[in-house]
Design a protein around this ligand. Sequence first.
Ligand code: NAP
Length: 284
Amino acid sequence: MIHLGLTGYPLGHSLSPKIHTAALQACGLQGDYSLFPIHPDDKHELKNLLIRIRSGKIKGLNVTIPHKQHVISLLDELTDTAKAIGAVNTIYLQNGKLMGDNTDALGFLVDLKKFLGRRESEIGKSAIVLGAGGSARAVVYALLNDNWNITISARRIEQVQQLASTFTNYELRITNLTDPQPSTLRHGFASQDRAFDLLVNATPIGMTPNIDQSPLPENLSLPQHGFIYDLVYNPRETKLVRGAHSQGLQATTGLGMLIEQAALAFEIWTGCNPSRETMRLSVE
Ligand code: NAP
């Protein structure tokens, strides 16, 4: 039996048990995937959970908010990716060492490439990322490694500056998202000057239960060349994606990234590369 799981708080609506159970079945493996909700203040419980990985009782653990950064000090080593991003979403034991990795970045990039498809060669490589939290760090890391020019926009400029300071070898433009009609968007992505080819929403705006919210101002007319990637995957079609579709734009939610980052973690734990299609069907 392979015991896998997820820690974070809260975990009520997590799709991960279904996705990983499908992966176990697709790979013909016996096992389970449990939820371990741990309150942000309960560091003791988090330590106890990691002891169960050290002892081999749990083979692999996913980590989500608010613990992606908390766990770092409790691990022995980080992969280069997790180190660069400064957040961990996948934990496992390797040669007696408790390792932390981050599959969000590659999960995002793989799914972004699927989304852009052949059109990628027809567009420029300028992106704006909304938000500067954990997933924005993974997205920025992934895009920088794929040679995109990036602007980061978030409501707390100090958080954006902190994110930008992590990637000192790159030039990142930063802006503030507090304006209800962000000037960056109006004069950049929303204008015809092709300033941004891709907009990535890495904030929770529009996520259930706030499904009537969008990070973009109402009635903002978007340019036809733009691509929109919304990391939010619940609901299946967010207001941002719906609005973009209604203007004829290509837009997607983050379900593909969710599947991909899960599959990459699953492969680290088990050595089996599971069928994405089977995993996706488990949550459709
Ligand atoms: P996070 O670490 O809490 O960061 C969220 C960011 O959004 C922060 O910059 C935060 O600013 C900002 N923000 C939150 N509410 C806002 C609002 N009302 N207006 C403007 N900015 C706001 O969260 P995260 O882990 O990055 O997750 C963000 C979203 O991505 C979530 O919906 C999550 O479910 C989704 N996600 C999807 C995947 C996937 O596989 N598809 C993977 C990871 C995350 P403050 O710090 O000021 O609040």
